[in-house]
Each structure stands twice: as C-alpha cells, then as structure tokens.
Design a protein around this ligand. Structure first.
Ligand SMILES: Nc1ncnc2c1ncn2[C@@H]1O[C@H](COP(=O)(O)OP(=O)(O)OP(=O)(O)O)[C@@H](O)[C@H]1O
Ligand SMILES: [Mg+2]
Length: 507
C-alpha cells in the first residue's frame, strides 16, 4: 500500500498476572496491538493465550498489570466494559446460549441492538441479517444455537463480535472447527476488517495460518511473554524455538512396521454418504485417510462406530462379521472412535478430568460391582504421562484445563479403553506443535503394540509421516490408494480434488 502507515498502539497489556489457586496462568505477560494489524498470540497448550484473551474481554479479572486502550489505562471488569471499549471476542470454547436462537444470541447484551419494549422477531432479523451474510452463515435466524454444527456456532460467534462494532477482535482458535472453505472466507473477512482499521488478535496453533494472515506474532511460554516478531522477517523455526524454548526434534519415523493379521476389513461398505468402500487394516498398521472435508472421511468413522446406518456391504473384525448397531456395540467389539466434533460428542465440562477420561471405561472398571476411584486414578496415571497431559490434579474439572489439554483428556479416554481398532479423526487439531510430536509417537507405539489405527488428517505432512498406507476419499468413494513411502502431497491432493468419474469406472 505504498504510503507509510503511522504506527499507533491501540491496545497495550503490561505485566499481566493471573493465578487460579496455586496455578499461575499468567506471570507478567505483555503485548501491544497496533491499529489495523493482525497480531498472533502463540504458545504451547497451557501457555496462557486464552487467559490473556479472556482478561482483555472482561470475562476474567487479572490479579495485576495494566491494560491501556489508546494509551489510557482502563478497567475491564466485565464483558460489557469490553464492549464499551470496542473489544469483542470469539472464545475458544464458544459462549453461545444453546436454548436461544441464532438471532437472539447476537442481540442479547448487545449495546448496538436498539432496545425496544417488545423484542420482535422482525427487528432481530433486520439487525442480524447483514452480519450473518458477512460471515457466510446461511441458517435461519430462528434456529436454536444448539441445533447448529460447531463450525456454524463459530461463525455465529464471529457474527456476534462484528455486530458489536468492535475495533479490536480477539479470535481464540477461530478456525479449529471451520471447514476449509469457511476458513478461507474467514481469512477474507479478516483482510476486510484490517482494511477498515480493525485490529485482530489471532490465536492459533496452525503455523501456515499465522504466517499467512498475521503481521506480527507474540509468543507466550508458561505465562510469560518471550517476544514479538514480524512474521515477514521471522520463520516457523524461530517461532517454534521461542514457543518451546529449545530446538524441536521433528522425528523421522522408524521404518515401516511389520503388519500382522487383518484386524478390520470393509467390503463394498455403503452408507448415506459412502459408496462401496473396500479396504483392510492389519494389526500393527496405520491406515491414513485423506480427503477434503465432506469427502466421507468422518462418515467412515461414523459407520465403523455404529453411528451411521450401514446400507450395503460388509465389515469384519478379525475375520468375524461385524455389524455395529450402536457405539456401545462398537466398543464391545473393540472399536474406538475419537470424533472430529469433540466439543459436541466428548467432554462433560463440569466433570473432572478423571471422570471424563474414564467415562468409556466405567463399565469395565465397575464390572465387579462398584466403582473404585483408586483403580481409576491408577489407570489414568500412565496414560496421562504418555500424553504429557498438563492438569493440576485429576479431580479438577476439565473446564479448568487449557483447550489443548482438554483434547488430550479425550485421547486418554480411548487409550484407557484400549480398543483393537482405533479410528482417530483429526487427533492433533488444537494441539500445540510439541505435543503433536508426542501424539505421533503415541500412534507409532499403539501400532507397535498390534493395534490397527485408522488416521484421518487434514494435514498431509502428518498423514505422510504417520501412515503406512493412504486411502484417498472423494465424494464418498476411494479414488486412490498409496503406499505412504511413495505418495506425495501433490498426488494425494489431485486424487482428493479431481471430479469423481461415474460409478462403473471405479477400480
Ligand atoms: N478456570 C481455571 N481454573 C484453573 N486453572 C485454569 C483456569 N483457566 C485456565 N487455567 C490454567 O491456566 C493455564 C493457562 O491456560 P490457558 O487456557 O490460558 O492456555 P492456552 O495457552 O490457551 O492453551 P491452549 O493452546 O491449550 O488453548 C493452564 O495451566 C490452565 O490449566
Ligand atoms: Mg486456549
């Protein structure tokens, strides 16, 4: 844009501290935001990113430190205070009222929605429509929030922040549940907001997003600010080094595993979404599934786990016919599923880490008559260590864990259940780059123990790294099969995106 922009700090946070009981979430973190910039907040799971965002949005109180807006010290004691200061937020965990409609979620507590005696539907509709259009959310205004998908909820939360006419928008992992095209739309939206001088704080673990969308990045580690870099003159390696405080060893995977007997075999498997899908996975093998969102990859997991009705074809587990009628039946047949939509199908926020991790195992642990807490806690210990789960104590509610650590609790659940066939749907989403390596190692170990793993991932390097073989799904059909050693990202992408020929032509 040619002309020199005058640099003005619209928001400054200095020496922010925050502790929860004995746990310090922030220990004097600082950062500053310029008008019209997109500023990334980065750091490992539990580094304090969400806590800092919540403090700036008035939903958590800092113990110490100063926040300035346009150079003036401000008190942000409530979300309303933040709104008055022009600060909006999209929470990592989202904060919608499930029983209210999409429209009501936007207008409730919104200072920009002109108050009237009767809140009528038409006024809500008129107010909300442009913002929903801006984010590309096509649902009816009267849809209850609970009926939206997680991706749609994320868009609704973004529309809500826009409708408050915020000059500063904090986005805490906004693309964690967005489909590829919705994420692209969000990036365009961000570019548009930036043009209008809106400043954005962007929290994400996705390096490519950060380097694409953000002007600067501030790295937090253990609640402290390590530094701020200009993304143009920095590198992924530099940011990672700042985040983890050391050089991160990206492991090369130990060679190909010796595969054992066939653990799972699908022949002409069909559901509402899948069209005659055939494959097998052996014990000790990691089968990678590539495909765009909507290609049927999650539906494959849903079919295997007894969620989606199977309309044709057969499944076999260890040679025996397998026709799962429910998740419970799937679990007792030794099949596990880490779902993509973890916030919906996963955690009980108010329950403890221990209770959440052992939910699926409860029948097994309590088989002898009653539940033994001691036994549960003892079984969780090694699994928690294996995942490097960061929680103060296992009886803490999961709501007190950072987002990434909440994900690990769900993984822990499946490790405890110890299924023979484990379907992992994007298991590293929301997980920091160091912990990702832990999960790769874990997948390796599980395979070495003789488990059959089906791994879905949107990140092709991750698939190429972890899988032995890769299937590509496209519109519910398998369009390519590769030995992972011979596949390239280009080959996979082309098989995932090329229009599928008519059914007869399939191999
Ligand atoms: N309500 C709470 N009660 C107790 N501890 C909390 C609470 N909220 C956060 N913490 C702790 O504060 C620390 C920082 O958490 P925070 O959610 O800010 O991390 P984060 O950087 O956003 O991580 P992630 O990438 O996993 O989302 C963690 O150790 C977390 O367990
Ligand atoms: Mg967070």
């Amino acid at each position: 844009m040619g002309e020199v922009k005058t640099v003005s700090e619209i928001l400054q946070a200095e020496g922010i501290t925050k502790h929860y009981g004995g746990v310090y979430a922030l220990k004097g973190a600082s950062f500053s935001l310029r008008a019209g910039e997109v500023h990334a907040l980065m750091g490992e799971n539990g580094a304090g990113k969400s806590t800092l965002a919540r403090i700036l949005a008035g939903s958590a109180r800092a113990d110490g430190g100063t926040v300035r807006v346009h150079g003036e010290p401000v008190e942000i004691a409530s979300p309303l205070d933040a709104q008055r200061l022009g600060i909006g937020i999209i929470y990592q965990e989202l904060d919608l009222f499930p029983n209210l409609t999409a429209g009501e979620n936007i207008v409730i507590g919104n200072l920009h929605f002109p108050e009237g005696r009767v809140v009528d539907f038409r006024r809500i509709e008129d107010f909300c429509r442009p913002f929903l259009r801006q984010v590309g959310l096509t649902c009816a205004i009267a849809t209850p929030a609970a009926a939206l998908s997680i991706g749609q909820m994320q868009l609704l939360a973004i529309a809500r922040a826009l409708s408050m006419d915020a000059r500063i928008i904090l986005m805490d992992e906004p693309t964690s549940a967005l489909f590829d095209d919705a994420a692209e739309r969000l990036f365009r939206l961000i570019a548009g907001l930036r043009e209008r001088g809106v400043s954005i704080v962007y929290v994400s673990h996705k390096m490519e997003e950060i380097f694409r969308v953000c002007d600067r990045a501030t790295v937090l580690r253990d609640g402290e600010t390590i530094g701020t870099v200009e993304t143009q003159s920095s590198s992924v390696d530099e940011v990672i080094r700042m985040m983890v405080g050391r050089e991160l060893r990206i492991m090369a995977r130990a060679g190909r595993r010796a595969a054992g007997d066939v653990a799972l075999k699908a022949e002409n498997l069909s559901t509402a979404k899948l069209k005659s899908v055939s494959f097998e996975v052996r014990r000790g093998e990691v089968l990678g599934i590539a495909g765009l969102v909507g290609s049927g990859r999650s539906e494959l997991g849903a079919a295997l786990f007894g969620i989606d009705r199977i309309t044709g074809g057969t499944l076999r587990i260890a040679g025996r016919p397998y026709a799962p009628g429910s998740p419970r039946a799937a679990m007792s047949a030794g099949v596990g599923l880490l779902p993509e939509d973890r916030r919906l199908q996963g955690l009980m926020m108010r329950m403890s880490v221990l209770e959440n991790a052992t939910l699926a195992v409860l029948p097994r642990l309590s088989r002898l008559g009653f539940l033994r807490m001691g036994q549960e806690a003892a079984s969780l210990g090694p699994v928690a260590r294996r995942l490097a789960l960061d929680c103060p104590w296992v009886t803490a509610p999961v709501s007190q864990l950072s987002g990434g650590n909440q994900q690990k609790v769900l993984l822990a659940r499946w490790l405890l259940l110890n299924p023979d066939v484990l379907f992992l749907d994007d298991p590293t989403r929301g997980i920091d780059i160091g912990a990702k390596q832990d999960i790769y190692r874990l997948i390796d170990e599980l395979a070495a123990e003789g488990k059959a793993i089906v791994l879905v991932s949107s990140e092709l390097p991750e698939l190429l790294h972890c899988a032995d073989r890769i299937l590509v799904l496209n519109e519910g059909r398998i369009t390519a099969r590769y030995d992972a050693r011979e596949a390239t990202q280009e080959m996979i992408l082309s098989a995932a995106t090329t229009a599928v020929p008519s059914p007869g032509a399939q191999r």
